[in-house]
Design a binder for this molecule. Structure first.
Ligand SMILES: Nc1ncnc2c1ncn2[C@@H]1O[C@H](COP(=O)(O)OP(=O)(O)OP(=O)(O)O)[C@@H](O)[C@H]1O
Ligand SMILES: [Mg+2]
Length: 358
């Protein structure tokens, strides 16, 4: 993958435009052409995205510029090409297949012709040729397995022989406007866009092991405004989807419930909230922030967590519905891997096991 990206000097840059933060990382492709050396990272707060949708172009340009220039200063290089991460509930995953006959030109030939790259590309091309609404683009074509006559589960059919080659693929599609608007932002900053990656896939590639992907796992990236879901089974991606809500829901609930500002609610969430109320103590209380002169208020961690648990359960139910769309829930030997900032919520792992039954 590294070889497809980057400029002539082997410099790669990636930008994740998230709901709570925008981050940019710059890396150098090592001589082996397979590994990377991280040169710099930069961060900016994000006020321009809501549930994966760009809501303010002006501010996103400033915020992207800040993250990029911070990363450039650390790396000591200027970037001219970037790869962008994208999320939002306009992301859709579809499983399709395409098949081609082999050796059809001369069926009397004694020796079967080995499958070449052109055959594989052609089978994938057929798999891609499905009706997609005009306002959508194909973002990723992810081969799952090849089927050669009756032999299933083939990872790479190159050099094998048979009469019929079928490619099973997972397509990730995006709303054209969402991808185009993000691309234009980078272009307005003088950058060339090398590619766009579904954020949930990027998280899976950095987080999951090969065993997890083979034996089946659901990767859930709990962000501030979205939960990105990527389901792997038998080594390939079986489903991708986005729940258009994230961990900021919990913060907003705390702010409304305790009648405090969002900043204070965020601090309280990180410090005192537990995703499982039964694992927090009714005896441990903390003071609520208030205006000078107002009556002091306090609440127990347990009480706070009761509300938090209800909201997290709701979020996890939506995630579960998305995972079930993979139709592989029973085969996810490795269960669920949680990542993203929301995965830091105390006791979210045991609650996830309970709600998802994995
Ligand atoms: N220690 C913590 N405890 C609880 N929640 C946390 C903690 N740290 C971060 N979070 C939450 O994680 C969320 C931010 O996660 P992340 O940085 O992955 O989001 P993002 O990538 O900006 O958003 P998105 O992916 O939805 O666009 C916020 O809602 C934040 O409150
Ligand atoms: Mg994110």
């Amino acid at each position: 993958m590294a070889m497809n990206f980057g400029n002539d000097n082997g410099i790669l840059a990636g930008i994740d435009v998230g709901t709570s933060k925008i981050c940019c990382s710059i890396a150098q492709v090592n001589e082996d052409q397979a590994t990377l050396k991280l040169l710099g990272i930069g961060l900016s707060e994000s006020t321009s995205m809501k549930n994966g949708t760009l809501i303010n172009r002006d501010t996103v340009l400033e915020e992207m510029e800040k993250a990029i220039s911070e990363a450039e200063t650390m790396a000591g290089v200027k970037v001219d090409q970037v790869c962008l991460g994208i999320s939002g509930d306009h992301i859709r995953g579809i499983n399709t297949q395409g098949a081609i006959p082999l050796n059809s030109i001369d069926p009397t030939r004694e020796q079967d012709r080995p499958i070449n790259q052109e055959d594989i590309d052609k089978a994938i091309e057929f798999a891609k040729a499905i009706q997609i609404p005009a306002e959508r683009d194909i973002l990723h074509i992810l081969p799952q397995e090849y089927i050669l006559d009756t032999l299933r589960g083939i990872e790479n059919p190159l050099g094998m022989t048979g009469r019929r080659l079928e490619a099973r693929v997972h397509l990730v599609t995006v709303a054209h406007s969402a991808a185009a608007n993000l691309t234009r932002c980078a272009e307005d900053l003088g950058l060339t866009v090398d590619g766009i990656v579904f954020q949930g896939l990027a998280s899976a590639l950095t987080t999951l092991t090969k065993d997890e992907k083979t034996l089946g796992v659901a990767l859930v990236d709990i962000g501030a405004g979205t939960c990105d879901v990527t389901v792997y089974a038998d080594g390939g991606v079986r489903h991708t989807g986005v729940v258009p809500y994230g961990a900021d829901l919990i913060t907003n609930d705390i702010a409304v419930m305790l009648q405090i500002g969002v900043g204070d609610a965020e601090n309280i969430k990180r410090k005192y909230a537990s995703a499982k109320a039964s694992m927090s103590s009714p005896k441990l209380t903390f003071d609520l922030p208030g205006d000078p002169g107002s009556i002091p208020r306090s609440i127990s961690e347990h009480e706070l967590s009761r509300y938090v648990q209800a909201r997290v359960e709701e979020l996890l139910h939506m995630v579960f519905r998305e995972i079930q769309r993979a139709d592989k829930a029973e085969k996810l030997t490795y269960g669920v891997v949680l990542t993203g900032g929301g995965a830091n919520l105390k006791n979210i792992a045991p609650l996830t096991e309970e709600v998802l039954g994995m």
